[in-house]
Design a protein around this ligand. Sequence first.
Ligand code: TYR
Length: 455
Amino acid sequence: MGQRSQWGTRAGFILAAVGSAVGLGNIWRFPYVAYENGGGAFFIPYLFALLTAGIPILIMEFTIGQKYRGSAPLSFFRMEGKKAEWLGWWGVFVAFVISTYYSVIIAWAMKYTVYSFNLQWGDDTQGFLFGDVLNLADTPGQVGGFVPGVLIPHILVWIIVFGILFAGVKKGIELANKIFIPVLVIVFLMIVIRAVTLPGALTGLEAFFKPDLSQLANGTVWVAAYGHIFFSLSIAFAIMITYSSYLPRKSDITNNAFITGFANSGFELLAGIGVFAALGFMAVQSNVAVDEVATAGVGLAFAVFPQIINEFPGMNALFGVLFFLSLVLAGLSSLISICETYVAGLSEKLGISRNKAVLFGAGAASLISLLFTTRGGLYFLDAVDYFINQFGVAFIGLVEVIAIAWVFRKLDVFKEHANPMSDIQIRGWWKFSLMYITPLVLGYMMFDLFRTNLG
Ligand code: TYR
């Protein structure tokens, strides 16, 4: 199979890792999670979660990939043999499932980008999703046919993904992120500047930042902070191990992890400001409280935002195009990392070329993802997304941390590996976070989840 691929530059790796972390979750998930969980006060548990779980796990996963130099299954195999390999496969499986529906959301965003040029949004918010634009079924259980107009962007998303993956790590993934991420930042800054200068923006920002300190005593707020950090940093499902396996032998892992973690949070904060300024505008226009228009996910992006764009004072076509383009760029750079996880896993396990692995892996994912482009797609998507994020990502995170810290007892070995190459020396806080804080919080999260789902 020749020499192992490598990133061309350190900046290239960091941009790719940031590209993976910064995704739809930063734009449509973070603002609402923060708002719902104490507003300004949420930043305390959030920072805590970033420093005691997010960045420590990122350092751990970067070390695993860089030290063992393989896809997630191969890295775990090299670490502890057959009994550890399945941990990597579990992550690969979760990544595969996520890629099947994540790609469809990007296709919707593409369709909306084009649609924004024409600005034919009606006034009926539900209409965008269930009416002419996405034509989704409004009752669960219907599969219906394919939605006309979604298949073309869907095929386009996969052509882009195939193209980038075929081009390889350096000429494909690295180059794509070197273009996508700076463009994304510029596009998003334009959105934020426009949003904060809208009438009513301050009302939205006040709602977003107003600290409700009483929420700090609430356990669910802390769980939400840890849960979000996991989602947001793309940790625990093999992606970051795969990306760091392409690092040169001498790389400052710890520093890279801090840069990635803070860059992701910085983007998230920017998204919170942009989204809530726009929601404030919407609330003032419609004479309702911010609470009535604040929401997350598909509803925020594909129903509330079109409405905001509709009410915009001038230049609304531009605002719409920029907003949906930002979703496309943030989504694509994450989707590439998710697909690379199984491309690397398959090619190493089966001993096939990278291109064949792209063809089989991404080929299968793109076919399965057709299911989510049907009229009932949103319902499947919601169900699979909930299941995979709660039981997939959080659960592997827990098992991975316990296995490495307590069963294989690798933390000291990793520390010895990372420290000599880094400007930042990891010490007690890192080990303590991984041995005690992360397992306790994730353990509590799982317990809570089973209790609410089964009880
Ligand atoms: N971190 C990225 C995001 O915020 C990628 C991701 C996608 C992470 C799906 C988790 C997940 O379930 O969108």
